[in-house]
Design a protein around this ligand. Structure first.
Ligand code: B12
Ligand code: SF4
Length: 439
């Protein structure tokens, strides 16, 4: 068969004012430009697990454009889904099926709403794809077996046995960064989290030598590649994290990752990060003070417990020469309009190199969505296209939806203008310990 792997590219925001702001504010534009182009690692992993004897091609459908016409020459198309683009993905799936192409859908969105997806796809995969995909391909080749394939019904995916993702299928498309996974999932449980934790498997890190092998595969194709780890929380296990950093040092690469703030508590790990090429850690602080964080992390209330030393932790990480992208969620229960000033104050005081602000977003399948639905606070149930992290689709407790919107505009203007961005960056360079990390 000819098998196509279709990734949905680009970023999605519907709020007009925020879009207009995004077009002019340097801090916003910079981050958007960096993340707008990343390949779909999930599909590259699947391609690597495809049984032999098929012709494989990777495609991308940009936001607001139609799918590439060549995709209609495929016998089977695998589409990877996030919630914000699901209606676009369903429309493409419908068109493909009308023209006789079989469609398989997987990824975070359809994993939590497989019945919804079944209306649009021949094969719907729930959970990780590596163990189910060969069965889907075999069924499609036979022209049988349409339905829902649950990863939990097959031998569990062994992350110590994953083959090298098929980076070669990306050809010479220009990407800012290439993604590699070092771990899957996260052991914590934040109420709002819509990441791989929703795939329902425990946290697992991969063997260090496999991570290095995958990075090497990227470097063989793109020697100057900047690597983004597509992890939820890379440095949960500090001993393994240090082993990873030590193995990365000889590669002499630059990379970015997402991790929790506990990295700041381990000076040896902090020392290793910069030497290993880490340029930035993105850390979900969520809110500058403990009050609104209470109960948010549902296993051990970690975020509320960490909040009292957030500013110190940011300074400690940056003193080691690694920049912090401090992420805040606006509109948590307990946030009033005072939160916008509070986040601005934190940014001016702790000087994280980058700040990311997003709006509380009830993604389907999360405990947050279920709770807000029960409380009658979802404004438009089922409006998945609004799950962009920048569009309001719920009623906050401490302000109106419009105050929340006005607040993010206000804060964006103050955080992302040229002066504020320059000040934070200067702050980073003055925090950086010049003796430990000579420039
Ligand atoms: C890379 C990335 C992107 C890239 C995606 C590139 C691409 N073309 O796919 C870009 C920058 C474009 C992007 C955009 C957006 N993103 Co993003 N992104 C990520 C990130 C950092 C890593 C995803 C990844 O590579 N995972 C690793 C792979 C291996 O896992 P996987 O994709 O889940 O795939 C496995 C299974 O799901 C399954 N599978 C997946 N697809 C398929 C298909 C088939 C047929 C089968 C059988 C199986 C299968 O098999 C795979 C292997 O087991 C995650 C955060 C994170 N840490 O996970 C956020 C994340 C996925 N993004 C998110 C969001 C909100 C967005 C945006 C809406 C932001 C915005 N406002 O624009 C847009 C979505 C628009 C769009 N284009 O779809 C949310 C999604 C939540 C949700 N449930 O939908 C996440 C989880 C971040 C977060 N914590 O909120 N993103
Ligand atoms: S720490 Fe991050 S990845 Fe882990 S559950 Fe919370 S939000 Fe999700």
């Amino acid at each position: 068969m000819k098998i196509g792997f279709l990734a949905m590219s680009g970023i999605r925001v519907h709020d007009r004012k925020l879009l207009e702001l995004g077009l002019t504010l340097p801090g916003f534009v910079e981050r958007s430009r960096i993340i707008a182009s990343l390949p779909s690692l999930g599909l590259l992993h699947l391609a690597a697990c495809t049984p032999p004897g098929h012709k494989l091609r990777y495609f991308e459908a940009e936001s607001g454009t139609t799918e590439p016409p060549e995709i209609y020459a495929c016998d089977l198309v695998a589409i990877s889904t996030f919630t914000a683009q699901i209606f676009e993905a369903y429309a493409i799936a419908d068109r493909l099926r009308q023209r006789g192409v079989k469609v398989a859908m997987g990824g975070l969105h359809v994993s939590v709403l497989p019945d919804e997806a079944q209306v649009h796809a021949d094969y719907v995969v729930v959970g990780e794809g590596e163990n189910t995909w060969p069965a889907v391909v075999a069924a499609a080749a036979r022209g049988t077996g349409a339905g829902i394939y649950r990863s939990g019904d097959y031998d569990p995916v062994d992350t110590a046995q994953l083959p090298v993702p098929r980076y070669d299928l990306l050809g010479d498309r220009p990407y800012n960064r290439y993604t590699v996974q070092t771990s899957r999932g996260c052991p914590w449980r934040c109420e709002f989290c819509a990441s791989t934790v929703m795939l329902q498997r425990p946290y697992r890190h991969r063997p260090v030598e496999h991570v290095i092998r995958d990075i090497q595969a990227v470097l063989d194709l793109h020697p100057a590649a900047f690597i983004e780890f597509a992890d939820d929380n890379t440095f949960v296990d500090k001993a393994w994290g240090k082993a990873l950093c030590r193995a990365l040092i000889p590669l002499n690469i630059k990379w970015f990752t997402e991790t929790d703030i506990s990295v700041a508590d381990d000076p040896e790990l902090l020392d290793l990060l910069l030497r290993a090429g880490c340029r930035q850690v993105l850390v979900g602080l969520e809110s500058p003070s403990a009050g609104p964080l209470a109960g948010l992390e549902q296993r051990a209330d970690r975020k509320a417990r960490w909040a009292s030393h957030y500013a110190d932790a940011v300074r400690k990480i940056q003193a080691h020469g690694v920049t912090v992208n401090a992420c805040f969620i606006l509109g948590l229960d307990g946030h009033t309009p005072a939160i916008f000033e509070e986040v601005l104050g934190f940014a001016e005081d702790a000087n994280p190199f980058d700040v990311q602000i997003t709006l509380l977003t009830p993604f389907p399948g999360t405990p947050l969505y279920d709770r807000l639905l029960k409380e009658g606070r979802i404004l438009q149930p089922g409006a998945w296209n609004l799950c962009t992290l920048f569009d309001v689709n719920y009623r906050p407790t401490g302000m109106t939806p419009q105050e929340l919107r006005e607040g993010i505009y206000w804060l964006s203007e103050r955080l992302y203008n040229d002066d504020a961005t320059r000040r934070r960056r200067k702050g980073f360079f003055s925090q950086r310990n010049p003796e430990r990390n000579p420039v």
